[in-house]
Design a binder for this molecule. Sequence first.
Ligand code: ADP
Length: 514
Amino acid sequence: MVVNYHNEPGIDFTDSKNVESFKKALEKVKGELNQKIPLVINGEEKFTKDTYQSINPANTSEVIAEVSKATQKDVDDAFDAANEAYKSWKRWSHKDRAEFLIRVAAIIRRRKEEISAVMVYEAGKPWDEAVGDAAEGIDFIEYYARSMMELADGKPVLDREGEHNKYFYKPIGTGVTIPPWNFPFAIMAGTTLAPVVAGNTVLLKPAEDTPLTAYKLMEILEEAGLPKGVVNFVPGDPKEIGDYLVDSVHTHFVTFTGSRATGTRIFERAAKVQDGQQFLKRVIAEMGGKDAIVVDKNIDTDLAAESIVTSAFGFSGQKCSACSRAIVHKDVYDEVLEKAVALTKNLTLGNTENNTYMGPVINQKQFDKIKNYIEIGSKEGKLEQGGGTDDSTGYFIEPTIISGLKSSDQIMQEEIFGPVVGFVKGKDFEELLEIANDTDYGLTGAVITNNRENWIEAVTSYDVGNLYLNRGCTAAVVGYHPFGGFKMSGTDAKTGSPDYLLNFLEQKVVSEMF
Ligand code: ADP
């Protein structure tokens, strides 16, 4: 038995003691930056000659880590190690693996400030967001440990005279985890340890921008006593090893979070059965969104504006769930827009080391892309607020509101993944919902309404995996809001759900005659 699941708390930064303590953690982590990060294959560290640098997006002259780059040969070695480790890891009982995860979560909890501080530097996360990311990582791990315990004995099936039947869950084999940089700890740890607790072994290829955060998990897994080869760490250039990992005849599953372009590429490539492959690969993909907050008439305009602003600009809009479209009833449009602009003017932007509300965007590529979208949007609609960009010391983009858009406009259709929200007006609730669904994506959405009939309509026909009433569209919490989307947002493998581990398990039936 284990205690019931509960969420890991954040850190209260209104308490000056906590602020002082976190500043110390930042200082300590800063002193340890610019270290070399190895590959970890079969529990052995390997430092390669060919490396790349992870840098601080808030201060691009600051090197976070010098990262070893895995070659295809290293990937081959990692598959060998993972396949070998699988032979014994799959024999551990589900409960023993689940208890191992609880130990991992305990170590992360002790190192929560350190891990959060790494994300402040490596991902440019504001303090609250960084702590939230570390805490969510703990939540995923604790949650999946309990899920595995629940599945440990299988599910009942009927017996009949002279026959006893069993239905239980077994692991699949070796797979690949490809996480994103935007939740460099939570998603990375969750999508690595879910297959692992189910008895599979993994090659973890961290996102290029956040390898140090991922390496922290490797340190912790070693400290917790994970057998060699169960998780192998292969940072590197996706151009060299991305397809190679996905295409491998050893890859039983790929768990991916990132862009639509890469997700669909992986989905397609994984479908091809390679020479000697004796199974079909599974792909679990989360590929982003074009999430909206729909605002009805006769509502609290303060709540609407606040929901839009926090969902659009938290972590600079770099969340799959971020609000990039505000779809507002004509009766309240001007008021909601005005209030959203006023709230946005108060947001602070800067180096998150100093605990600003917003920090930089992650890298030059994203900076250029977002800047371009702001230029496009300013022509398609009216630039109401922000729009300023500065990449002289870090990748800073002001929180930006563009009004007067049409649903067909480019910035209302394409995922921007930055601090930009577009406003569009609708004449009635039916039209608001029509606009909300006018997208290839279907991840999150929120509806602000006091009309129950409209809400029922939204529950029925707003085509998103996560729908919220009278709040923003971000901040899903493990255990409360299983997370994953429809349409081109991915395979709807709801993370943090009671069903998530089934992605990494096969069901076996054993029937015995007496
Ligand atoms: P973004 O543009 O937001 O960085 P990507 O989809 O490019 O999103 O990246 C998400 C993850 O996918 C990263 O870990 C990245 O290294 C990885 N990746 C990129 N290209 C490939 C590929 N061809 N095969 C496998 N993984 C890839």
